[in-house]
Design a protein around this ligand. Structure first.
Ligand code: GDG
Length: 462
């Protein structure tokens, strides 16, 4: 059996304390654990100069990580990956910063990753590269003579060609994407955006089976909607029911119902609009005043990027305004928390919430939506309010689907969710749960890897 090699910006080593082990990290770790494998990534450290990978073993997995210099981190991570590609892929053209030097830095770090990874590879390794930080990595590895199967999965949306072409040097980026044997997207929409780009820019074409020819290369592209470790989350939520923390939360609510939001503090998540929609719900449905509490968990993310700092200030304004206007001496309508909680606490909080508010303006998938559903009590499930622009909306049509830009619509959906009869809540939940049981993080990993394994590498050159 070939060894699996995973590359992602951050690894999920037990030693890697900087990262929260979310559902994705745990799923990938499991996939590697099964057959044994290598996980390569950034160590999370800044160094004076480039260094050799630090390698350590944990169970069946070899973790290899390298530091970045401050200049590389700045160009590659802060400015290009998160200052250019992230807003571009989330349809926020107004937020894009582009500089040639940041792009050069992005390519430079990808070359550095290739140079450090190549010596660790065996000829029959299968390489699976993750996310927008590493689009050029296959090209960089090929330039070093690496002939292994290389697959890529994009966790965030691929925007429509009208938006993608706003990126300076977009052709080079897409050419790099086409250097993979297999390109995976979250949804059929992203896949369609890819195929439209090839056609509209007249650089290639994709057939119905996802086989593409572009920039002198053959490859495969497909949608692999990511899932969660459903059973593990069900168990976690059940175990949390009687935990001291869940009880403390219930006591603090004093019988009020809970609306919950959980997001990295990111402008793609639509948190200000969500605050406004909660205000709209209190305005147009006064019966909820004093009876409902909205808790937003929003751990700080990418604090080094200016737009994220601006978002934080904006949210602090919203919380102050809503609590100032509607609050009572014994009730704060909004609880706003800039910190991360252990997974089990989170599972207990989801279960305690009558409404899960997941309203990103754009999202590749959104795992919080799936976790919220998995955590519910089957006898008395809460209601998921879900943005139509989250990839998850494609697989969870039984949620209350909303337009995240329409704050009054979300406000009405909150009211609808709070007043939905038990029968309807159960029916909607059962439909979503069936989907979560079928498409899990395990089936996602397996589907991608076996697809990559099945590719005929003799047909690479067009
Ligand atoms: C990207 C794409 C795609 C959040 N707060 C806490 C915490 N979390 C965990 C959640 C969830 C994860 O972080 C967030 O995942 P999402 O999918 O919601 O969003 P992104 O971070 O933007 O992820 C997204 C995903 O990649 C996977 O492909 O779905 O579209 O943007 O697991 O639970 N975890 C803990 N404490 C917190 O306070 N422990």
């Amino acid at each position: 059996m070939a060894r699996l090699v995973i590359v992602s910006n951050r690894t999920a080593s037990p030693r890697d304390r900087g990262t929260r082990a979310g559902g994705l990290a745990v799923g990938l770790r499991e996939a590697l654990q099964k057959e044994g494998g290598l996980w390569f990534g950034w160590s999370g450290e800044l160094s004076e100069a480039a260094a050799e990978p630090k390698i350590h073993e944990a169970g069946n997995i070899l973790f290899a990580t390298i530091p970045l210099t401050a200049a590389d981190h700045d160009d590659f991570y802060v400015h290009y990956a998160n200052g250019t590609l992230w807003p571009l892929c989330h349809y926020r053209l107004g937020l894009i910063e582009f500089s040639r030097s940041a792009y050069e830095g992005y390519l430079r770090v990808n070359r550095l990753f290739a140079e450090r990874l190549a010596p660790l590879l065996r000829p029959d390794d299968i390489i699976w590269i993750h996310d927008y930080h590493f689009i050029p990595l296959a090209s960089a590895l090929r330039a070093l003579g690496v002939a292994n199967r290389i697959g890529f999965f994009l966790h965030i949306p691929l925007p429509a060609p009208e938006v993608l072409t706003a990126l300076p040097r977009h052709r080079r980026l897409v050419a790099d994407l086409c250097a993979y044997d297999l390109v995976g997207f979250q949804t059929a929409d992203d896949l369609r955006a890819f195929s439209s780009y090839l056609e509209e820019e007249r650089v290639g074409a994709m057939d119905r089976d996802g086989a593409f020819q572009a920039f002198g290369r053959h490859g495969m592209a497909a949608a692999f909607p990511i899932g969660i470790d459903t059973q593990a989350f069900v168990d976690l939520a059940q175990a949390a029911v009687d935990s001291p923390q869940t009880r403390r939360l219930a006591d603090s609510l004093g019988g009020r119902r809970l609306v919950i939001g959980v997001d990295r503090l990111d402008y793609s998540k639509g948190i200000p609009q969500r605050m406004e929609s909660f205000q709209a719900a209190l305005e147009s449905h006064p019966e909820h005043r004093g009876r409902v509490t909205y808790m937003q968990i929003a751990p700080i993310s990418r604090g080094e990027v200016e737009q994220y700092r601006a978002l934080r200030r904006e949210l602090e304004g919203w919380v102050g305004r809503i609590n100032g206007r509607f609050g009572e001496f014994d009730w704060a309508p909004v609880r706003y928390l800039n910190k991360a909680f252990p997974r089990q606490s989170l599972a207990g909080f989801y279960r305690a919430a009558a409404v899960g508010l997941v309203t990103p303006l754009r999202d590749g998938m959104n795992l919080v939506a799936k976790e919220y559903v998995a955590a519910q009590d089957p006898e008395n499930p809460g209601v998921l309010v879900l943005s139509r622009f989250a990839g998850a909306a494609r697989s969870l049509p039984q949620a209350l689907i909303v337009n995240p830009f329409d704050v009054e619509e979300i406000g009405d959906a909150i009211h609808l969710a709070l007043t939905m009869p038990l029968e309807e809540r159960r029916a909607r939940w059962a439909g979503m749960m069936a989907e979560l049981r079928t498409n899990t993080i395990q089936s996602w990993c397996q589907a991608f890897v076996s697809r990559l394994n099945a590719i005929d590498t003799n047909r690479r050159a067009a």
